[in-house]
Design a binder for this molecule. Structure first.
Ligand code: UT7
Length: 319
């Protein structure tokens, strides 16, 4: 049987960190409220001239270096982002140009915070089938630009960043399965309802979220999709070496882990220093645990995410 396998990971955070204390000076909030409700202490914010494709480029170069490949080896680029540089062309096409290559397929995937899991699922199909030999899969966001910085219910939660993986065709197991879902009837609980019409933005170009409804939805569907994934392989939580969850809220992460019976030492968390980086959060967390030596060859890793749409999904892989 043929698979796609992750052969390199990389990530990038913008230089500027923004702490809860700095937010206290701007809006009616407190470090105590933010940390106790979310587990977040600080997040990174892109410089005014930094675009999603710039963050993606840094993360991609690091993943390519670990994989030991040149840009010319890449024959597919899939970028997950909610904050593309432009309406079009895709951020993947812009990233391709920044990598100094041309000709290979390049596309964006839009599934908000589940974007990277969706992008990985798409690329996996191409690579495992042999249609692509070497794919670059990226989650990158400048989510700070979608925030109303006077709205304390949302602005304290998110951050900017990028993560990337290189996928190669492999005869030995890599990605075992991916499981994707969406429910558009829930679009009202988390959205940016702005649109471009005759050159003007109509609606609001800021994040709107019913936090409580998203929280309950997330805890339910993440448990369901993790169980669906494990059941597909006759596995239980005990068979998983690492859970790499979407980093939105430490309480959501721990609720999912507890339901699966996973001890806390086997969960990768980055939310404290990064906040919710949307499509970048899963590959950022994955790269963190690969580089610090926790995730190693042969480990079974479960990725999961939930986001606007609502969308949710998971991927089970052997690293
Ligand atoms: O990537 C997927 C998308 N996002 C998520 O997964 C996030 C899901 N939701 C959550 O993480 C949580 O619902 C939040 C962290 C957003 C909120 O936590 P909560 O425990 O559900 O708080 P709440 O919304 O019930 O708010 C409680 C109180 C409210 O005051 P009142 O109405 O009770 O007087 C808020 O106005 O906390 C107030 N509040 C704040 N206070 C200080 C809301 N935001 C803040 C803040 N600082 N930043």
């Amino acid at each position: 049987m043929a698979y796609s396998r992750i052969v390199g990971t990389g990530s990038y955070l913008p230089a500027q960190a923004l702490s809860n204390q700095e937010l206290e000076a701007r809006i009616e909030t407190s470090d105590e409220w933010i940390f106790s409700r979310t587990g977040i202490r600080s997040r990174h914010v892109a410089a005014p001239d930094e675009k999603t494709s710039d963050l993606a480029l840094h993360a991609s170069r690091r993943a390519m270096e670990m994989a030991g490949i040149e840009a010319s080896d890449i024959d597919l680029i899939v970028v997950a982002t909610t904050t593309p540089d432009m309406m079009f062309p895709s951020t993947a096409a812009l990233l391709q140009h920044k990598l100094g290559i041309k000709g290979c397929a390049a596309m964006d995937v839009q599934a908000v915070c589940t974007g990277f899991v969706y992008a990985l699922a798409v690329a996996d199909k191409f690579v495992a089938s042999g249609q692509s030999k070497c794919a670059l899969v990226v989650g990158a966001e400048v989510f700070s630009r979608l925030l109303d910085w006077s709205d304390r219910r949302t602005c304290v939660l998110f951050g900017d960043g990028a993560g990337a993986v290189v996928l190669k065709h492999s005869e030995t197991p890599g990605i075992l399965s991916t499981h994707l879902h969406a429910d558009g009837s829930q679009s009202g609980i988390l959205n940016v309802d702005g649109a471009v019409h005759n050159g003007e933005i109509t609606g609001r170009a800021f994040v709107h979220m019913d936090g409580g409804a998203v929280f309950k939805f997330a805890v339910r569907v993440l448990d369901e999709v993790c169980r669906e994934t494990l059941a597909a392989h006759n596995m239980s939580g005990a068979d998983i070496d690492w859970l790499v969850p979407h980093q939105a809220n430490i309480r959501i992460i721990m609720a999912t882990a507890d339901k699966l019976g996973l001890p806390r030492e086997r969960i990768v968390t980055t939310v404290e220093r990064q906040g919710n980086t949307s499509a970048a959060s899963v590959p950022l967390a994955l790269d963190t645990a690969v580089r610090d030596g926790r995730i190693g060859a042969g480990h079974k890793v479960l990725l999961e995410a939930v986001g606007g749409g609502m969308t949710w999904g998971s991927a089970l892989l052997v690293f």
